[in-house]
Each structure stands twice: as structure tokens, then as C-alpha cells.
Design a protein. Structure first.
Length: 381
């Protein structure tokens, strides 16, 4: 296959290029028109004239879609979610758990680890363990009944059930024992400061101990303040800390999204969806981690009015970031491809259109609508 005549993202900017795919990998990137047609001729060519060609998107933080949630521990549900995500140009996914007891988390992570992606399904590249090692006063839509201090022993048992697939674990560093957990475990898993009441000093201590990530920046954490700068300022000062952000137009004001990109730089920002099972569906009442939530338009809330997550996929978030928040397209693409791949330790395999990388790509027209999706070397849209 070749993707011809498109503006191909090279990690920094767009260039007129043709992309050749052999099997499941990109084999070469050449100046447009330099690649001869193969035996299949036009049948093997996707015409990307006037379009952008970007790597397949990677969502490191989301819970579900199309009526299913990863916490259902259903193989059929995982498949339905993965098919939907792939159709939206999200070719690699990191299923995210909730704050639940160990006896419920174990079968959830085991079900994700056991799932084998079929044709047309986004590939599972990790598990994001959002709870339960969080602050009871910053639970958001998590269930406070199951919040607890971080446990090396419990995490080890869950990682064993997950067959080593847990790539992110969320921790509130100010909670008893959590800083020691970060110090002990940060060499084995990427630790994210999350759902926290932490001060600037405690956040700095967490980063000194090895935390390298921040979960949905601005949400479920202290705000920036000129005398109490908090965790956001602490993270911005560290060149090796990445920060997620939900650019769905609901969770964060556009000015704050722009501020986040200015503070952290577009090499460290990661667009996420934090999407719920209602993603891809309409208004109604749904379940999340044992609690009910309600969807009206693009807003999802629990009974007390707190935001419960989003109903947008990460492609929609990227589009919103560019169209309505004035984030440059190159920066938004990096935040949805290159940066999450690097955070998960997958750079060199995913997140770029370059020889040897897995052939996941999305062709977008000028208004950023999807024209084609290439998944593991096959056009699925």
C-alpha cells in the first residue's frame, strides 16, 4: 500500500510526501510522486491529495465507549470499544481502571491483558490504573469508599494479573505511604500525580522520588496560585514530566489549555479523552465505577454535579484543541501521537510515520474530518 500526495507529519511539521507500507510497518517515506505503483496499482493507493497524514492517535486515559466500560471485564465489551476507537483514528489504547477493591480490579486488568486485538480493533498498549491510591478529598467521580494508601504488595499482585501491562499508576503523593510507593515503584511503572491535594513542596518530592506524569491537568488537583503554586507549577518546572489534558471543550477553558501548552511545551503535553461508556451514544443515564452519571450534550456529571469524564474521543478532543482553542495543529498532533508513545515507552514503535514503525495512520481533510484510517497496514476506513 501507499498513501500518496499527502501532507505527512514528520514529528515537527507537515511535508509533501508519499508513504509506503509493507505488511504492518511503514517501509519508506519519499517525496511525492517518487514512488512507483506496485503490482496492485491504484487499488493499493490511498489518495491523500489536499489532506493531512498523521500517525494513528494514542489515548493513554479513557474508560469506555459505545455502552461499554473496561471495568465490566467483558471481552465482548473490550472488542466493541476497540472497534469504535479505531474507527475514530485512535489506533492504540490504554484502558483505564477506576477506584475499586482489589478483588474487582484483578479480573478487570486480567481481562484487558488477555484480550487479543482482532482486525479492525485498536491495539491495547497498556493499562492505566487511575485508582485507588488517591486523595479522599479529590475523588471526582471515583468511589470514595475504596480509596486507600498505595500498596507495593497489592500493586505487584495486580501487575501479575495484568501480565505486566500496567504502564501508568495514579498516586496522590501527600497520602500516608504514597511517597515511599513512588520511590520504590517508579523504576517499574510510570507514576502519575493525580486526584491530589498536594502542595508544591510535596509534588516536588514526588517528582524527586520518580513520578513523571500528571493526570488530567487542572482537574482533581489544586489550582495555580501565586503564593501556593501547587502541583501544576511543580510539574511545569520538570523537563521530564508529561501532563495529560482533556480538551473536550467542557473540562478546561480554552485559555487554560493554551496556558498548559505554554507552561509545559508541546513536547510534554498529552491529549486524552477520559471518555466514558456514553462516548459514541446520546443523552441518558449511565454507570461508572458503581455510580450513576448523566449525559446531556457533551457534558457528563454525577448526582452532585461533578464532572464524571468526557463523552468525546481523543480525535474529537484534538480537533477541538485546534479549531476552537487555537492550539497549532502540529502541537496538537504531537500531543496525541508522539508524546503519549514516548510516555508509554513505545517510541521507536508507535506514534510516528517513519520506516520501521507500525503502520497506523489517519488521513484528515482540511477541516480535520477523517477520510481514511490505516490500522496495522490495512485501510479500515
Amino acid at each position: 500500500m501507499r498513501i500518496a500526495n499527502g501532507k505527512v507529519f514528520d514529528g515537527q511539521c507537515f511535508r509533501e510526501r508519499d508513504v509506503v507500507v509493507e505488511g504492518q510497518t511503514f517501509s519508506s517515506i519519499e517525496a511525492s510522486g517518487d514512488i512507483a505503483c506496485g503490482a496492485g496499482g491504484a487499488a493499493d493507493t490511498l489518495d491523500a491529495s489536499g489532506c493531512y497524514v498523521i500517525p494513528g492517535l494514542i489515548d493513554v486515559h479513557f474508560h469506555g465507549a459505545m455502552g461499554h466500560d473496561f471495568c465490566d471485564a467483558s471481552d465482548e465489551g473490550i472488542s466493541a470499544i476497540a472497534v469504535y476507537e479505531a474507527s475514530r483514528g485512535v489506533t492504540s489504547i490504554c484502558p483505564t481502571t477506576m477506584t475499586l477493591p482489589e478483588e474487582r480490579l484483578a479480573p478487570i486488568v486480567a481481562s484487558v491483558a488477555a484480550h487479543e486485538a482482532a482486525a479492525g480493533e485498536a491495539g491495547i498498549v497498556g493499562i492505566n490504573m487511575e485508582g485507588p491510591y488517591i486523595a479522599p478529598d479529590k475523588v471526582g467521580a471515583q468511589n470514595p469508599a475504596y480509596v486507600r494508601s498505595a500498596s507495593i504488595e497489592e500493586f505487584g499482585r495486580l501487575q501479575q494479573q495484568a501480565m505486566g501491562l500496567i504502564k501508568l499508576v495514579d498516586v496522590a503523593p501527600e497520602q500516608p505511604g504514597n511517597l515511599e510507593f513512588i520511590r520504590q515503584m517508579s523504576h517499574d511503572v510510570r507514576v502519575s500525580v493525580a486526584h491530589t491535594c498536594t502542595s508544591y513542596d510535596d509534588a516536588c518530592a514526588a517528582f524527586d522520588a520518580g513520578a513523571r506524569h500528571m493526570t488530567h491537568l487542572f482537574n482533581a488537583m489544586p489550582a495555580l496560585h501565586h503564593r501556593e503554586p501547587g502541583p501544576i507549577a511543580a510539574g511545569a518546572e520538570r523537563n521530564d514530566v508529561t501532563a495529560e489534558i482533556i480538551a473536550d471543550g467542557v473540562h478546561i477553558h480554552p485559555a487554560m489549555v493554551r496556558l498548559a501548552f505554554a507552561l509545559f511545551g508541546d513536547d510534554r503535553m498529552i491529549l486524552i479523552s477520559d471518555s466514558l461508556r456514553a462516548c459514541g451514544l446520546g443523552d441518558g443515564e449511565y454507570e461508572l465505577g458503581g455510580q450513576q452519571f448523566f449525559v446531556k450534550g457533551n457534558r457528563a456529571t454525577i448526582a452532585n454535579g461533578s464532572l464524571a469524564g468526557s463523552v468525546s474521543d481523543v480525535m474529537a478532543c484534538m480537533r477541538t484543541a485546534v479549531r476552537t482553542m487555537c492550539i497549532p495543529l502540529t502541537s496538537a498532533v504531537k500531543a496525541a501521537t508522539v508524546n503519549p508513545a514516548r510516555a508509554l515507552g513505545l517510541d521507536g514503535k508507535l506514534g510516528a510515520i517513519a520506516p520501521g514503525y507500525q503502520a497506523d495512520a489517519v488521513v484528515l481533510d482540511r477541516d480535520l474530518s477523517i477520510k481514511h484510517v490505516v490500522l496495522r497496514g490495512k485501510a479500515i476506513v
